[in-house]
Design a protein around this ligand. Sequence first.
Ligand code: 13P
Length: 255
Amino acid sequence: MRTFFIAGNWKMNLIRESSVSLVRQLMETLTSVSGVDVAVCPPSVYLQEVGNTLRGSSLRLGAQNVSAAAEGAFTGEISCGMLKDVGCQYVILGHSERRTLYGETDAMVNEKLHAVLKAGLIPIVCVGETLAQREAGETQKVVREQCTGSLAGLTGEQMAKTVLAYEPVWAIGTGKTASPAQAEEVHADIRDLLSSQFGAAVANQVVIQYGGSVKADNAAELLGQPNIDGALVGGASLKADSFLAIVHAAAAIRK
Ligand code: 13P
């Protein structure tokens, strides 16, 4: 049985004081929530401070990106070892903003993925089509290609530990959400693909989050779909009320 996983991707938002204050508010309420894994992914400079704040609570820590290299002359980069050192459990990989703004390819995501798994961190691998691709009827092809390229070379055991996030690019930060049926169609197709590549037992263990304008008022319907196992939340994760409402929606469904 898959456990719901709700993660907040803060992107390049909040500063030290607002980060710590948000995390304190989340921790207070999360003591009474069970059956849902919850993580926050702050900007890297605040990982340590946020990690110190949430230590000992059920709230988990994730990073938004990582280098595939272990150490060395890579100016501006951060390694998996460094992320573990400050208490990270998760790393977001291949977010559409990194793919479009910073040229990350499936091959680069795949290289990072292997480094992350080797380090014992849990990757959250993002995939999703653009509006033009959806309108051209290419959603399935694009998402399958991204999955195949990004996940290349994984063992079944590694695949089962990897979290996927389907984030249609046209739904990110736009207020437009995929309808529950549109999202479920892609999630089910991803699980079919995983089943054909890794077997049904592995495919059934993989947590597939939906991301793209997830809010308090659409979370329950999205999370109610059979193949949607959580949410990767951007804007609504920056305020305790809106993020907790999504966590509560997941807790109420209790898959
Ligand atoms: P929004 O929830 O702001 O649309 O962002 C989604 C996202 O990109 C999470 O990674």
